[in-house]
Design a binder for this molecule. Structure first.
Ligand SMILES: Cc1cc2nc3c(=O)[nH]c(=O)nc-3n(C[C@H](O)[C@H](O)[C@H](O)COP(=O)(O)OP(=O)(O)OC[C@H]3O[C@@H](n4cnc5c(N)ncnc54)[C@H](O)[C@@H]3O)c2cc1C
Length: 512
């Protein structure tokens, strides 16, 4: 029986893992988190995926309690700016497309759509809320969309049925601190010290870690949450890290925390703006924005990137400290090796586009519980875990490469090269097929990776990668139902804009 788990690292990954294990197993498993006071957390990771709701509900946390303590805001989707041409934008919302007479509204838009109204604003309701910067909740706390689960209870990503309509923005350090408090209250032992050695037994399995001043910490199972350094999985066990830089070359980021001039002007979405040698995130928290430029240092130096970022978001704020970060893009061949499971940046990272870092952590920890070992460490269970984790990462990799392949921008060497870079196997064929017929669940990456076909279509249509012609069958179908659905989407969007408070107004009401 596995009785003790040692988590090395106290960033978002370490504390999400420890708190989730406690929520799942309570006192039946001992959990210790050891984190260094010298090595700081990565300090970014502020936008999430709508499925993160399963995580917080699993822990039994009330949004109205934790969100204000983490400077949080809402995210209804991502707004992509300048990816095709300067001034152009579109949204990738957390909203499935409705289906009329067997065809999605994206198909109907190609056939009937008023091209003066872009695809995203014709086919989704959430985009109207984004444009008007509305909260997804009424002032009484009720969710804007009926029929969508509100409290998901102790459910996991595997059980996701409805698309939860929003995700969060939050201060990553504050979330780690909040979860640390949650974990400690439920019995997680917290050791603040440096791990200076990792001991292995004769089979090469980890027997204990040695700390600088608190002696040895022994355990049955070790979780490596040490970030990009991969202290246990890579440095000790020597597991191979497979780089994705051939297809996703952004290897650095520079981040700035910028106080918002007008704190009430708060967007309920992340913005991803194309830049000369990469793209920039804007993540609105309750009183400040997180900004960061993700780029490839083959095209621009860190100093040039910082200057381009500052000019864009804080031209008169030389006092703001920039945080330069090197990124390791790719994944471990296996994230679970012997009695060590790497979760977080030590396992995999594909760059922050589409905000999947925290999603990977959630997915990994859920899968860890579903594949939790006994003393035999059945290799078939370990292999099954590794396959699921690797597939989720590989699917996201493919989806992100699609962003660069489908983007029409070609005005700098970086964007010119984006068209010529290799792509993961099969993606070129998928994009070609999408010129004949929109994506469906059968034609996107076939394993669970967090994105559904509506997301793949939202990106290609938003970026202007359209099919050559509308679906031929639609010429033979009576369009009345689809026309009515376009009208319903528009009317519902307008009614919600009138009824909902602004994003800031609602958050201010729960921040009191
Ligand atoms: C530029 C950038 C932007 C990102 N944006 C997003 C985003 O918007 N959304 C999203 O979901 N994800 C994002 N991510 C990913 C996200 O930040 C991470 O997935 C998340 O923060 C988890 O980090 P971590 O805990 O794995 O590592 P870290 O935060 O690096 O934590 C490592 C921990 O290990 C400890 N440690 C290291 N060595 C030792 C030692 N020897 N002894 C003891 N302790 C040790 C450190 O003290 C620290 O506590 C982003 C990442 C980057 C790089």
């Amino acid at each position: 029986m596995i009785r003790s788990v040692v988590v090395v690292g106290g960033g978002t990954a370490g504390w999400m893992t420890a708190s989730y294990l406690k929520a799942a197993f309570a006192d039946r498993v001992d959990v210790t988190v050891v984190e260094s006071a010298q090595v700081s957390r990565i300090g970014v990771g502020e936008a999430t995926f709508s499925t993160v709701r399963h995580f917080f509900d699993y822990l039994g946390l009330d949004e109205a309690d934790w969100l204000p303590k983490c400077a949080g805001g809402y995210k209804l989707g991502i707004r992509f700016e300048d990816w095709s041409a300067p001034g152009e934008y579109f949204y990738h919302p957390f909203e499935r497309l409705s289906v009329v007479d067997g065809f999605s509204m994206a198909d109907w838009w190609l056939q009937l759509g008023d091209r003066s109204e872009p695809f995203d604003r014709s086919c989704f309701i959430t985009t109207a809320l984004c444009e008007a910067k509305r909260s997804p909740r009424m002032l009484d706390g009720s969710l804007f969309a009926s029929g969508l689960d509100n409290d998901l209870g102790k459910s996991t990503l595997d059980e996701q049925r409805a698309q939860f309509p929003y995700a969060y923005h939050f201060d990553a350090d504050a979330v780690a601190a909040y979860l640390a408090e949650y974990g400690r209250q439920r019995g997680v032992k917290h050791v603040i010290d440096d791990v200076v050695d990792v001991a292995q037994d004769e089979r090469g399995w980890i027997s204990h870690v040695t700390t600088a001043s608190r002696g040895d910490l022994a355990g049955d199972l070790f979780i490596d949450c040490t970030g990009f350094r991969g202290l246990l999985i890579n440095q000790t066990l020597g597991e191979k890290f497979e780089s994705f830089e051939d297809v996703l070359p952004n290897n650095r980021a520079v981040a700035l925390r910028v106080p918002r001039e007008e704190s009430t002007d708060m967007a309920p979405y992340t913005t991803a703006t194309a830049m000369n040698a990469g793209w920039m995130w804007t993540i609105p928290l309750f009183r400040r924005n997180g900004n960061g430029y993700v780029y490839s240092d083959r095209f621009i130096s860190p100093e040039e990137a910082e200057a381009e970022l500052r000019a864009k978001v804080a031209p008169e704020r030389d006092d703001l400290q920039a945080n330069h970060i090197r990124m390791r893009i790719g994944r471990n061949r296996d994230s679970w090796v012997k009695n060590c499971v790497a979760i977080g940046l030590s396992s995999a990272f594909v760059e922050p586009l589409e905000s999947t870092g925290i999603f990977f952590i959630q997915h990994a920890v859920e899968q860890l519980v579903k594949h939790f070992p006994d003393e035999r460490f059945d290799p078939r269970m370990t292999a099954a875990y590794n396959t699921r984790v690797a597939r989720a990462v590989d699917g996201v990799k493919e989806f992100l490469v699609l962003h660069y392949k489908a983007a029409r921008r070609e005005d700098t060497p970086y964007w010119k090269e984006a068209k010529l870079r290799p792509a993961p196997d099969g993606l070129v064929e998928k994009l070609d097929l999408a010129r004949a017929k929109l994506f469906c669940e059968e034609t996107i990456y076939p394993y669970y990776h967090g994105f559904e076909s509506y997301s793949w279509n939202a990106m290609t249509l938003g970026l202007g990668h359209l099919p050559d012609a509308p679906h031929p069958a639609l010429r033979h179908l009576e369009p009345a139902n689809a026309v009515a659905e376009f009208a319903r989407l528009k009317a519902e969007g307008e009614a919600l804009v009138r009824a909902l408070p602004s994003c800031y107004e609602y958050l201010a009401s729960i921040n009191d």
